[in-house]
Structures are given as structure tokens and as C-alpha cells.
Write a protein that binds this ligand. Structure first.
Ligand code: AMP
Length: 284
């Protein structure tokens, strides 16, 4: 396995692989790897001959009051895990390499999808995500790129960006990996105290409550949202940022009636840690 921070080297390895007809698989991450990330790597390993994992904590996608400085970083552990999973190249660039001309302010506009839900709570977040992903895609060249459904809105926006801007990239969405108690794996779970960690299960409990209510015949999205909000409200350490039901097939439009392709999404703070989760609702 090779670890590099150089764009030229990354390009070279990818081009060499494609020249011999090999498929390139790409897993972009911010590091602090866990089983969720590794599930993407395993899928890439099954489907591609060259697997590239990037590790870069992208300052552009953090708001001024967010956790950019405190975000967990442990490249040595990430490299070890990547090696065990059979990654071929870890691309871990410095900030100067990624943003030497950042002062120009040129960036990728996520459009109206970037203004709702996560985008409403985190202004500028998806602009930062689209910009870094576009840069990474341009460095990688034609490839298959793996994203988790954990960040569902991000997956939808990246897919849309690839379509609208004609990136030669095939985006693959992968299911959420959860701990035994249902909590979605996240690098930010490391911030939680033991009490908060217990409380944090309320996101998944709320989603499964919503799913149960729909399975029992409820079709009114407002009723389903109220049920989910009640579960979070009953947890003293948690505070809701939003509870939403969207239509996956209609570019994230909020749904009034539960239908085919309805998905519930939650963002909540547990203590000071901001967590997100989502679940596909059962078919009516
Ligand atoms: P991050 O390092 O948080 O930027 O995540 C990198 C990629 O891993 C994104 O595509 C995430 O959606 C994905 N990911 C993070 N957590 C999980 C999880 N629990 N299950 C599946 N994918 C995940």
C-alpha cells in the first residue's frame, strides 16, 4: 500500500490502472476511520482493481463555530486499517495542497438542495462538500466513488453534481453501518460521554418509531414526524435540530403523504455533539 499527499502521484497511479483496463474505486473520507468507512472500502475492493482512500478534513465544509479544530485525526491508525482492508493508495494531502488558491473563492454551488435540512442548519456546508468532492474527482479521473447513506443529503447532492456537471464518475450509495444498539457509526460519536452515548440511541429509536407507525398504516407525514420528535423530546440530553420526511425520488422535496421512496431524517444535538441519522420508511 502506498501513502501519498501528492496530486501528481495520485493521478499517475489512477491513469496507469485505467491504461491497463482496470477499474478505479474511490472512497473519500475525513479519516478517524470506523466500520462505516470500512464497509465502503470493502465494496470498492469487490468492484475495483485499484482502490484509493482519501483522508482529508475539509475546512471548507465546517462553519466558523463548528468542530474543525477538534475533529478527530489519527492518520497512523487510518493507514493501518486501510492496509488491513487491502486499500492500494491512501491519499492524505495537506491543506496547502488542496487549497493553495483558495483565496480566489471559486467554488461549486450546490444549488437549492444545499439550502435545506443540513444546509439550513449548516450554511455553506454543501458548498464546501461539493468543492472538495469536485476537486478530488478531478484528481482521480474516471472512477466509481463510494458514499454512505449515513449522509443521505450529501449522497443526493453529489449524485446531482456528477449528473449536472458531467463528471466521469459513477456514484455508489452504501447502507448505514450501525452499532449493536442501533446508533449509526460516526467519527463524532467519539465526542460523547458515556451518558450521552446512551442518550444518542434516541435518534435511531425515533426513526424506528416512525417506521413502525408507517408500517401500521399511518400516511400523514406530520403525524410520523410528531411521533419521532416525541421520542427525541423524551431524552433529556438530546435537542432536535430537525425531523423531516422527504421523497428520495423527488430531489428531497418534503413529503406530506408517506409514499414510495419516503425517507425520514433527523438531526439532533446530544450534549454539544451534533448527530444525524436517517431511515427509509416502509412502503405503504
Ligand atoms: P466522513 O469521514 O464522515 O466524511 O465519511 C466518509 C464517508 O463514509 C461518507 O460517504 C459517509 O457517508 C460514509 N459513512 C460515515 N459513517 C457511515 C456509516 N455509519 N455507515 C455507512 N457509511 C458511513
Amino acid at each position: 500500500m502506498e501513502v501519498t499527499g501528492k496530486v501528481e502521484r495520485l493521478r499517475e497511479v489512477c491513469e496507469e490502472a485505467r491504461a491497463t483496463g482496470d477499474r478505479v474505486g474511490f472512497v473519500p473520507t475525513m479519516g478517524a476511520l470506523h466500520e462505516g468507512h470500512l464497509s465502503l472500502v470493502r465494496r470498492a475492493r469487490e468492484e475495483a482493481s485499484l482502490v484509493v482512500l482519501s483522508v482529508f478534513v475539509n475546512p471548507l465544509q465546517f462553519g466558523p463555530k463548528e468542530d474543525y479544530r477538534d475533529y478527530p485525526r489519527n492518520l497512523a491508525a487510518d493507514v493501518e486499517m486501510a492496509e488491513k482492508e487491502g486499500v492500494d493508495v491512501v491519499f492524505a494531502p495537506d491543506e496547502e495542497v488542496m487549497y493553495e488558491d483558495e483565496g480566489t473563492g471559486i467554488a461549486v454551488d450546490p444549488g437549492s438542495l444545499g439550502d435545506v435540512l443540513e444546509g439550513a442548519s449548516r450554511p455553506g456546508h454543501f458548498r464546501g462538500v461539493c468543492t472538495v468532492v469536485a476537486k478530488l474527482f478531478n484528481m482521480m479521473g474516471p472512477c466509481r466513488a463510494y458514499f454512505g447513506e449515513k449522509d443521505f443529503q450529501q449522497l443526493v447532492i453529489v449524485r446531482t453534481m456528477v449528473r449536472n456537471l458531467d463528471f466521469p464518475v459513477e456514484v455508489v450509495g452504501c447502507p448505514i453501518v450501525r452499532e449493536q444498539d442501533g446508533i449509526a457509526m460516526s467519527s463524532r460519536n467519539a465526542y460523547l460521554s458515556p451518558d450521552e452515548r446512551r442518550a444518542a440511541t434516541c435518534l435511531y429509536r425515533a426513526l424506528t418509531r416512525g417506521s413502525d407507525v408507517v408500517a401500521h398504516g399511518e400516511r400523514d407525514a406530520n403525524v410520523v414526524k410528531a411521533e419521532m420528535a416525541r421520542v427525541i423530546g423524551a431524552e433529556p440530553l438530546a435537542r432536535i435540530e430537525y425531523v423531516a420526511v422527504v421523497d428520495e425520488t423527488r430531489q428531497f422535496a418534503e413529503t406530506e403523504r408517506i409514499g414510495e421512496g419516503s425517507r425520514a431524517l433527523i438531526a439532533a444535538r446530544v450534549g454539544t455533539t451534533r448527530l444525524i441519522d436517517n431511515l427509509r420508511l416502509p412502503r405503504p
